[in-house]
Design a protein around this ligand. Structure first.
Ligand SMILES: [Zn+2]
Length: 157
């Protein structure tokens, strides 16, 4: 009995996993921001060898060079990757490059943590943090954000 309490303190419970699983499933169908134009923005492509995910992310920056006009993407992959791309597009579009880099760093820490409760007010961090329990899916969750970082670097060169 005592063991059960300790485990609940350290790891997400089954019901939490189902909740995040549902968030990932519905977001992977929503696919916010899907569709790249390859006209106005900078693009970068990333893929996972283990899962077979592939994504191209396009970032269009504002004329001031600091703000993000839009982030779109196109690709194929598992529901974790598709959901992550959808959440990313929704979260970073309209923000700044500095905020975007901070968000990528935060998510990378959350995703690579080991069975640590995710304390956040950002729903996408809680949902994607559930891959802590599935180490081979961490790359799937980070893939769109890695492509975004690479595309953003191109806008600065
Ligand atoms: Zn995947």
């Amino acid at each position: 009995m005592a063991d059960t309490v300790i485990l609940r303190g350290l790891m997400p419970t089954a019901s939490m996993n189902e909740l995040y699983g549902e968030a990932i499933r519905s977001e992977s169908r929503k696919q916010t921001g899907r569709g790249t134009t390859n006209v106005s923005g900078a693009t970068a492509n990333r893929r996972t060898l283990t899962c077979g995910d592939s994504i191209t992310v396009e970032i269009t920056t504002r004329s001031d060079g600091c703000g993000i006009e839009s982030v779109t993407w196109d690709g194929e992959g598992c529901s974790v990757m598709l959901a992550s791309a959808s959440m990313m597009s929704e979260h970073v579009s309209g923000g700044s490059l500095i905020e975007m880099r901070e968000s990528v760093g935060r998510l990378r820490r959350i995703v690579t943590e080991k069975n640590t409760p995710v304390l956040t007010r950002r729903p996408y961090e809680a949902a994607l943090g559930s891959v802590q329990l599935f180490p081979n899916r961490r790359r799937c969750a980070m893939l769109p954000w890695e492509a975004l970082e690479a595309a953003a670097e191109l806008t600065e060169s």
